[in-house]
Design a protein around this ligand. Structure first.
Ligand SMILES: [Zn+2]
Ligand SMILES: [Zn+2]
Length: 182
């Protein structure tokens, strides 16, 4: 299993995103997962909702799947904006397990404290990767798979899976055939 991180412009592979890249594997257990950051892509303008001033998370995922998906990997898109799905005021992220693609919006994770920013982004990235591995929301508030409605709940949990969810991650990783490159 490996993971591809696709930043939307103007995000890029910089000190902040490469730190996320480096730390994601720590939480997914052995054998170590390879995480790559690919060059940034532009946002499709049609995914922007002018009235809401937000980005349609499902459309962004669809666009990644159609144009940039690595079919041998779990695909994680990082978007600088504020994301929504119809029926919700906002979402921190969204995952489409059937397409092995997820997205995280960074606008609501901002912090003047770089450590807090890192903690939030790493937590939301691992939450969505958890969904790509088939995990559902978890009732344990400290578990990364706990559903956070507010940034405070994101801050209160962290990037680590609880023992029950760790077990599911292991099962997913053992059941999945090794990825092949074309
Ligand atoms: Zn979730
Ligand atoms: Zn859990």
């Amino acid at each position: 299993m490996h993971i591809v991180i696709t930043p939307f412009e103007p995000l890029q592979a910089d000190a902040k995103t490469t730190r996320v890249q480096a730390e994601v594997p720590i939480y997914l257990g052995p054998p170590s997962v390879e995480v790559r950051i690919v060059p940034a892509v532009p946002s499709p303008p049609e995914a922007y909702n002018v009235r809401r001033r937000q980005w349609d998370a499902a459309r962004l995922i669809r666009w990644i799947v159609d144009h940039h998906r690595d079919r041998t990997a779990l695909n994680v898109a990082l978007h600088p904006g504020d994301l929504y799905v119809p029926g919700f005021n906002f979402v921190f992220g969204l995952a489409e397990p059937a397409c092995e693609t997820c997205i995280i919006g960074l606008a609501r994770l901002q912090s003047s404290d770089p450590e807090r920013w890192h903690h939030r982004v790493l937590t939301e990235v691992l939450h969505e990767i958890g969904h790509l591995m088939g995990l559902e929301h978890c009732a344990t508030p400290s578990c990364v798979m706990f559903f956070s409605n507010t940034i405070r709940e994101t801050d209160a949990k962290g990037p680590a899976f609880c023992p029950k969810c760790q077990h599911l991650v292991r099962a997913y990783r053992q059941g999945r055939p090794p990825s092949r490159r074309p």
